[in-house]
Design a protein. Structure first.
Length: 175
């Protein structure tokens, strides 16, 4: 899986023995606030195995996000098939202490770029709960327009999508 770098961050695949890092995300209901119960370490291990398979098949997966200077684990960013549509979905989850510093935007911009230029995906989507205002703001910063509402995991989500030609045109304008 490709290692991606930004000014402050390194996005890299989880190592097989790093389920505890993923567990620090899915086990914290302040981060995965839509869940009724925290995720388990076993669930984290299973998810890492599943995403390793997805990466081999599609080039998409889950990247752990680490501070480039300290190598501290900050969170994760995701580019995976959306179960409801099969489209490439971008997402992220950051530890509570790492939130509010622009890291989600920085990591997601990097992964969006990789998806469109490295993987040459035709379209990337995101689903966000309507009352998740910080993630709504990230979608705006990424330039993903709101398209419609979508049911996901029995909850209403806002569905955002960006087409590759639109992304590449914006990239060319900013160059």
């Amino acid at each position: 899986m490709t290692v991606l770098l930004t000014e402050r961050l390194q996005l890299r695949p989880y190592k097989p023995d790093e389920a505890h890092l993923l567990h620090s995300i899915i086990g914290d209901l302040r981060i995965v606030f839509w869940r009724e119960e925290p995720g388990t370490l076993e669930e984290a291990q299973h998810w890492l195995e599943k995403t390793a398979k997805t990466y081999k098949e599609t080039g998409m997966g889950v990247w752990g996000v680490f501070d480039r200077k300290t190598d501290d684990f900050l969170g994760q960013t995701i580019l995976q098939p959306l179960p409801e549509t099969g489209e490439p979905e971008i997402g992220y989850h950051f530890r509570v202490e790492a939130q509010g510093h622009g890291l989600a935007t920085e990591a997601a911009k990097c992964l969006l770029h990789h998806g469109f230029t490295g993987l040459e995906l035709p379209r990337i989507v995101a689903v966000v709960l309507p009352d998740n205002h910080p993630s709504q703001a990230v979608m705006k910063k990424l330039g993903l327009p709101y398209i419609r509402d979508l049911m996901k995991s029995n909850m209403l989500h806002n569905y955002f999508a960006l087409e590759r030609p639109d992304y590449l045109a914006r990239l060319q304008q900013s160059a």
